[in-house]
Design a protein around this ligand. Structure first.
Ligand code: ADP
Ligand code: MG
Ligand code: ZN
Length: 506
């Protein structure tokens, strides 16, 4: 069956008949220097199979050693999610046969996770104002990432239809933390937004902790989205699990789609199949993956080559002392400091511009100007180029310099945009672009006066009109001067000079 043939029920009708239940499993790749159980580099990328050693290749006789900094990061993550940290736990072997793990097992945690029973409060915007929602956390546990398979020769990049597959073990053994929520019930029609808000808040929290760069587009934050529907008033139904959803917007869309799809299945007397599904960015739909009707038997058992993890209470308290300000608290603090409205703050958050704006203001730029550049011009350019705002080569220092030049009258807003265009195109820093492109305000009075006189000569009736009291006729001359100076004059100044020249009061 093709994806487009999937039956759906309208969202509102689906919500009237069923209660959605969500579960989010989020994987965060830690930004440690080395891998989870060996000293290989954990850096992203690199020539395939160059960040490998006998341990992460699972060669016989090699012995793993736990990365202490990965454990500390996990404890800090657990604490920031209001979890209890257990005083003793072990790793477990999850046995399976697949070429992405050369050992034929993944070292993970099973029935003894390091952090348990936490929560994360999220806020969603509704028509009746912001609503807070508590998402309960079941567990936070450690595991190692798998290698990366590339299926070549087919159209889809999936294994079906591929001619051959390539394996890169650089990623195998990179510390991966999995955060699993308890079933999220009671969100109703807000379920898609709650899912998105949760992943957003989680990402911001992890970023504030500095444990990961949490880039969904690069896979350092990945999310599996579980959704089920229960007829209202009844216990919950069978869930589907949409794997590796890789943007915040897709998390929201995947939940929405699954609610509409499952409602159609159930109301036509069908049965939701317990399976993994794939989300397709282009259509916003999910399609069937692997059936999970028969639970796989991973033959978990405690990892015999690693010592248990047993953080002391003192150490846990020490780590608690290193927790950063919670993102929601920080947002409230910055909003008050900058004296901006809820809506203005929301705009910054939605544009992913909060950090950038803060560092720009720290460079002495006025808050309104900092917000304007990041959420206006730069957001537009980033969207156009299909990249993240943070990936633009513009820095707070560039903005500070441009604003300085605007303040002293050397640049207009329009010229400033051209300066940034040059900076983004890699033409150098602000002063270099100004020089190379000759972007300076034509400010020298005699040049401007010459242009004004020329414009007045070209439009002989205008001077009379202005002197006769129709001051708004000045616009025609100012426009002509701007054109003559290729937009490099300050329009307000041209107007003042013109009126002075004609002996008229502005
Ligand atoms: P698995 O390894 O099979 O994916 P996990 O226990 O790791 O199972 O994760 C399942 C996720 O789905 C958890 O977040 C859990 O809260 C959630 N979940 C469990 N039952 C349901 C359900 N009926 N509907 C939606 N989500 C569910
Ligand atoms: Mg799962
Ligand atoms: Zn290694």
């Amino acid at each position: 069956m093709s994806a487009s043939a999937i039956e759906r029920m309208k969202f509102d009708d689906a919500l009237a008949a069923f209660e959605p239940v969500l579960g989010l499993e989020t994987h965060v790749e830690l930004g440690t220097a080395s891998k989870m159980f060996c000293s290989c580099s954990a850096e992203f990328g690199g020539e395939p199979n160059t960040h490998v050693c006998p341990v992460c290749l699972g060669l016989p006789g090699s012995m793993p050693v736990v990365n202490a900094s990965a454990i500390e990061s996990t404890i800090r993550m657990g604490l920031s999610l209001n979890c209890s940290i257990v005083s003793w736990c072990r790793f477990a072997r999850k046995n399976y046969f697949y070429p992405d793990m050369p050992k034929d097992y993944q070292v993970s945690q099973y029935d003894e996770p390091l952090c348990v029973d936490g929560y994360l409060d999220v806020v969603v915007a509704t028509d009746d104002g912001p609503r807070e929602f508590r998402v309960e956390i079941e567990r936070v546990h450690m595991e190692e990432d798998t290698g990366k398979l590339t299926h070549a020769g087919g159209d889809t990049g999936r294994i079906h239809g591929a001619d051959y597959s390539l394996v890169d073990y650089n990623r195998a053994g990179i510390p991966l933390i999995e955060i699993v929520t308890k079933p999220i019930v009671g969100a109703g029609e807000l379920a898609p937004m709650v899912a998105r808000a949760y992943v957003t808040e989680l990402r911001d929290l992890m970023r504030a902790l500095g444990v990961s760069d949490v880039r969904m587009d690069q896979g350092s934050l990945r999310c599996d989205v579980n959704v089920s529907l229960a007829p209202s008033g009844e216990p919950w139904g069978t869930r589907s699990e949409t794997k590796n959803v890789n943007s915040l917007r897709s998390v929201e869309r995947a939940v929405l789609f699954e609610i509409e799809r499952q409602a159609a299945v159930l109301s036509s007397g069908g049965r939701v199949v317990q399976e993994t599904r794939h989300f397709h960015e282009d259509t916003g739909q999910t399609t069937s993956g692997r059936s999970k009707e028969h639970a796989e038997d991973y033959r978990y058992f405690p990892e015999p080559d690693l010592v248990p993890v047993a953080p002391t209470a003192d150490r846990v308290e020490e780590l608690r002392g290193t927790l950063p300000e919670v993102p929601s608290v920080r947002r409230a603090r910055l909003q008050a400091r900058w004296n901006i409205s809820d809506l203005e703050m929301q705009t910054l958050v939605n544009a992913e511009a909060l950090d950038l704006v803060e560092s720009t203001i720290d460079q002495g730029v006025d808050q309104a100007a900092a917000r304007k550049w990041w959420t206006g011009e730069f957001t537009r350019i980033a969207n156009e180029q299909g990249i993240a705002l943070t990936d633009l080569p513009v820095t707070a220092a560039h903005i500070a310099r441009v604003e300085e030049l605007i303040a002293d009258g050397s640049l207009t807003d329009k010229l400033a945009r051209q300066v940034f265009e040059g900076v983004i195109a890699g033409e150098g820093d602000v002063d270099a672009v100004v020089q190379a492109r000759g972007l300076v305000v034509v400010g020298d009075d005699s040049t401007l006066l010459a242009a004004i006189e020329q414009a007045l000569a070209d439009q002989p009736d205008v001077a009379e009109k202005i002197q006769g009291g129709k001051v708004q006729a000045a616009g025609a001359i100012v426009g002509a001067v701007m054109k003559a100076t290729k937009g490099q004059a300050d329009a307000a100044k041209v107007r003042t000079l013109l009126l002075e020249h004609l002996g008229v009061d502005g």
